[in-house]
Design a protein around this ligand. Sequence first.
Ligand SMILES: Cc1ncc(COP(=O)(O)O)c(C=O)c1O
Length: 380
Amino acid sequence: MEERGLSAEEVELLLEEKKRKDLRYERIFSSMCTYPHEIAIRAHMKFIEANLGDYGLFPGTKEMESEVVRMLGSLLGKEDAVGYVTTGGTESNIQAIRAARNLKRKELGNATFNIVVPESAHFSFDKIADLLSLEVRKARLDDELRVDVGAVGELTDKRTVAIVGIAGTTEFGQIDPIEELAELALEKSVFLHVDAAFGGFVIPFLERRYKFDFSVEGVSAISIDPHKMGMSTIPAGCLLFRRREHLEALAVETPYLTTKAQYSLVGTRSGAAAAATFAVLKLLGREGLRKVVGECMRLTKLIVEGARKLGVEPVIEPVMNVIALKVENVELVAERLREWGWRVSTTKKPKALRLVIMPHVTEEAAEQFLVDFAGALGLS
Ligand SMILES: Cc1ncc(COP(=O)(O)O)c(C=O)c1O
């Protein structure tokens, strides 16, 4: 760091230079984030200094967080669910498992515990295993890339603090059989956490109905991310619990703050992202969110149909706005697409070209992508 600072104009120039290096989202088909809604940006800026880590100082911001928790609880089948606005799916997953681990500790004392997750689980669960010194047991998937509930049952034992189901897997957008997992969880008296970080803002608005939320008895916690399909600003996730005692299992005393206890993982935390989420949910309502999902699904179908015309099939019929295409030499094809300005990713098992059709994708971009995809396959 320099002894003397630059002028504001010089700093602005530096910022512009850096901004030009960042990509815009228009041709990004690899990310689960998107441009935030304009109202979210305005709300974020209005509450930029608010710290929810010491919310006695920011009661208005706290009211918005509580209202977000209530709105998302009602979207996910339980208006009186308890929770808080997190920094995203990773923090929500960490905290859900930490709560489950703490509850299990009360029962069994200090022991070596495990969690059972689908093979398709997001890598945040590997971080969790490391952080909480848990063994992470990965259950195999069926032919449709949903977790095999029989395998989950075999891996679950007395030391299992939680089993995890994914509602919208990161790679394939698949939904695990949550009702069957819930039956197993109730039978074995195990905590069931549903990772709906991506799918939470999609599944309620699909034409086909899926039971994946608190309406399923046995679901104890859910992660849902406003900074993905909720069009809020980063960092906005939300963790919801069925019962207050789950949240209480995370309490840490906070002697010098305006509040007595803290439940979040991070201390100082963004009131701006909570305000942004509040604003989007109030502005769009369920009707607006349904429209956003409807458009993403329309373009998803358009791309899948276009790929089929090129002789390329999806690995599974897309359940939500995530497409995995069976492509020979997939890394080469992905590289060619990248050279032409597209950002796509590939899946691990099975290998496929992965596309996430987020709200920033337009019909024009989808059509142009199909033209370039044909070129990358060597078909034009
Ligand atoms: C299913 C799922 N869970 C958790 C996460 C982690 O979310 P974040 O990157 O917001 O921490 C992701 C990220 O893509 C995800 O897809």
